[in-house]
Design a protein around this ligand. Structure first.
Ligand SMILES: [Zn+2]
Length: 118
């Protein structure tokens, strides 16, 4: 897999984790048993944010620009292609497109980064 594609997938995963932690942090605001956690959810969110920023800065400028535009409007800037269908917009990707994850690709319909799983 293209190393930048791996970073994009990790970023997406870290951001999903961050959203879950933010929700957990909300729920535990009045929880007196909060102290059982090794790391408070709020701190964990801050750690994730720092890591996310570090990883975003490690993207190639061209890829980072596209990533930031998509990430602004979508929680899933990277989507799988299964049976020739983009799972960002459920439209067919051109069959001429080589099924490889060794290059950075994006869907021409929705603009999401894509990776092939079939
Ligand atoms: Zn699409």
């Amino acid at each position: 897999m293209h190393p930048q594609l791996e970073i994009l997938l990790e970023l997406q995963d870290l951001k999903a984790q961050k959203r879950e932690l933010e929700e957990a942090a909300e729920e535990h605001v009045h929880d007196i048993e909060k102290k059982v956690f090794q790391v408070q959810p709020e701190d964990a969110v801050a750690h994730l944010e720092a890591k996310i920023e570090e990883m975003e800065n490690s993207l190639d400028p061209e890829i980072e620009g596209r990533y930031r535009r998509i990430a602004d409007r979508s929680a899933r800037p990277v989507v799988p292609v299964l049976n020739g269908i983009c799972y960002g917009c459920f439209m067919a990707v051109p069959t001429a497109m080589t099924r490889t994850n060794e290059q950075i690709r994006w869907c021409e319909h929705c603009g999401s980064f894509i990776y092939f799983v079939d």
